[in-house]
Structure formats: C-alpha cells, structure tokens
Design a protein around this ligand. Structure first.
Ligand SMILES: [Cu+2]
Length: 122
C-alpha cells in the first residue's frame, strides 16, 4: 500500500498525517511515524518537497529520533534560526515557511548530518 510508504510522504496537513498513521496502524512498527527520521546514519530522507503556498503560508514537518546511536539529537535550520531538541522516540513538529520557492537546509547540532526541505512552485 503506497500510502504507507514514508519516503513518498508529502505532508499536506496534520490531518492527513493522522489519517495515514491510522491507515498504517495494523502494520505499526515500534518507531513513531514522522516525515523525517533521525537514525544511526543521519536523517532519512535527506530531502523532502513541499509546495509553495503563497504569502504567509506555513507547513509542519515532523521529525523523530529513533536511536541513541546518533549525534542527531537535535535538528537545526540555520537560515531560520530554528533549533529543536529531538527527544528519543518523540515526534517533534517544526513549522516552516512555505510562501515561496526556496531550499531550507537542516542539520544536526554539529552540522555533520544534513538534509533539505525543498519548497517549490507547482
Ligand atoms: Cu552531528
């Protein structure tokens, strides 16, 4: 069922995420579901896309750290001056501006693991 395929998940809203989560509930793994997972080898996926929504629009991207064997214990968006701790197995929502096309890079606290949210016009 492709709706369960996390890599293809483009977040339209929290409601759709909740729907997807419940649709996937029967096959639930131990790890909580989020758009981006912080694991042993950094962030997965390293890139995700959001549609540009015009002036004042924001979207939430969720992160979850699923192991202690990683230095990605926080997610940092340097350009946005956002720093969010990632407590183990807790989904953390980050509100991102999606007004115009842009690339919002994110990284672990040390800048070792990197990723990007690509906001693009249709
Ligand atoms: Cu690091």
């Amino acid at each position: 069922m492709t709706a369960c395929h996390r890599d293809r998940l483009v977040l339209a809203s929290l409601a759709s995420l909740a729907l997807l989560a419940s649709a996937c509930g029967k096959k639930a793994s131990a790890a909580p579901l989020a758009d981006v997972t912080a694991g042993e080898h950094g962030f997965t996926p390293t890139s995700l896309k959001l549609p540009a929504g015009g002036p004042g629009t924001h979207q939430t991207v969720s992160f979850v750290r699923v192991t202690d064997q990683t230095c990605a214990t926080e997610v940092v968006f340097p350009d946005l001056k956002i720093e969010q701790k990632l407590p183990l197995n807790q989904v953390v929502n980050v509100d991102l501006p999606t007004d115009t096309a842009k690339t919002l890079t994110f990284q672990c606290g040390m800048g070792m693991y990197k990723g990007a949210v690509v906001v693009s016009a249709k």
